[in-house]
Design a protein around this ligand. Sequence first.
Ligand code: NAD
Ligand code: DAO
Ligand code: ZN
Ligand code: ZN
Length: 369
Amino acid sequence: MDVRAAVALQAGKPLSIETVQLDGPRQGEVLVEMKATGLCHTDAFTLSGADPEGIFPAILGHEGAGVVVDVGPGVSSLKKGDHVIPLYTPECRECEYCLNPKTNLCQAIRETQGKGLMPDGTSRFSLNGDPLFHYMGCSTFANYSVLPEIALAKIREDAPFDKVCYIGCGVTTGVGAVVNTAKVEPGSNVVVFGLGGIGLNVLQGARMVGADKIIGVDLNNDRKAIGEKFGMTHFVNPNEVEGDLVPYLVDLTGGGADYSFECIGNVNVMRQALECCHKGWGESVIIGVAGAGQEIATRPFQLVTGRSWRGTAFGGARGRTDVPRIVDWYMDGKINIDDLITHTMPLEDINKGFDLMHGGESIRGVVVY
Ligand code: NAD
Ligand code: DAO
Ligand code: ZN
Ligand code: ZN
């Protein structure tokens, strides 16, 4: 079938709006009509060419929501008409990783997904007869996409697509980092570095679990007001702090953060996030994705004296199980998504959406098909 897509023809170039061809679903696959997709920094990172896994030409996008229109042979958990959110971290419920409660990194289709292909090693998308690569197993920048059954979370039908698409990445990553990865306890002091589409969700996750001080750190003073709306109790702009940031934060938290979260992708900030943690027990969680080849550093004595450093992907969430619950949290008013979606646009304006992101003007832009 013909579908409309924003195609990443090559790194560093704007997306090109094209009519592309999409083959139907094969064994274990599902055809989804995409209703909305968020624009995430990770899409921009890949498009820029800085992503070592980036492959072109491809159909990017990984933060979608839509409706099942067809299923291939062997699909048992989904049917035509079901509402779904694509999962770039699938959940097969059978692999060694899914069976280990310590991780959410299902490896069932990792190899082919990383190569921009469906699990059978081929692509469903083509442009004038030449294959186009899938992206993170999702390719939500097309109004129809084919995904493996294990990479779709079935969600309730009264949830608005143009809001819950954000649960496909940003919301789950931020809130999940607090709830699943760090398991922040009520009364904890938390420091969040970077108050963008991810960090603001860390703030609201910290508020939801009853954290005490929730300190937001950002260079952009415009993030103070929105941060406060999402639970931040103190705002710190590193450029306005006299002296070093780390001792300032240790003082503000009364000895160091119980938990800190790096939501930027800056290796120098990752060090600050670790070192502002409380001696003896403070934990720092890396969420930001650093550029290819970058490395983190600290003095090992920071770890010897009880701080720990860890990372999280997709907020530690097991998508088919956890995403429907997060949709419920939104529908029940436990988390706020509406105020983070600052811009909506048709597919034709997707490049303008990325411009708004790069200019720091949007928190989340959403394409509505
Ligand atoms: P964003 O650009 O919306 O937000 C980053 C924020 O950091 C901005 O508000 C910016 O002003 C601030 N900032 C930049 N440099 C700073 C500095 N030196 N000190 C303090 N603040 C600074 O980005 P986002 O969409 O929130 O994504 C954040 C990171 O998370 C990205 O690296 C993205 O790739 C990554 N990410 C990771 C996962 C995961 O599963 N681990 C999932 C999605 C996104
Ligand atoms: O299992 O090896 C693996 C890969 C897991 C990929 C997780 C990616 C999470 C960070 C990228 C940002 C997502 C938008
Ligand atoms: Zn698995
Ligand atoms: Zn994302």
